[in-house]
Design a protein around this ligand. Structure first.
Ligand SMILES: [Zn+2]
Length: 119
């Protein structure tokens, strides 16, 4: 993929990820606020349980978002180094269509498959 287009796609992805994380931060603050307002003395407080679940969901979404940012930044660094679009695992060029769909991916299709099945 043409480096300028790759950069634009990555920048766009990055901005969207930052925006999403900002939104999650805001909802995390809301949840913490709601937790403070709820009655903490009542162990059977249904709302308290819901808050704990919300909190866990928001933090796992935030963790995924931060992971995504790390991948995007790594892809931007590879772009700077002139190594963008090369699979980190096998050193072969990553399929064009795959880069279109996932500009930050560090792996070609077959290596991505191998990585996912390993987990
Ligand atoms: Zn590969």
């Amino acid at each position: 993929m043409d480096p300028e287009r790759a950069r634009a796609a990555l920048e766009e992805k990055r901005a969207a990820a930052v925006e999403r994380l900002r939104g999650l931060d805001a909802s995390f603050a809301d949840i913490v606020e709601a937790a403070r307002d709820s009655n903490l003395d009542d162990e059977h407080d249904i709302e308290g349980t819901t808050i704990a679940v919300d909190r866990a969901q928001v933090s796992s979404l935030a963790a995924a978002g931060r992971q995504q940012l790390v991948e995007i930044d790594a892809a931007l660094a590879r772009l700077e180094a002139g190594e963008y679009g090369i699979c980190l695992r096998c050193g072969q060029p990553i399929e064009e269509g795959r880069l279109e769909a996932r500009p930050a991916t560090p792996w070609c299709i077959s290596c991505a498959r191998a990585e996912t099945s390993r987990r």
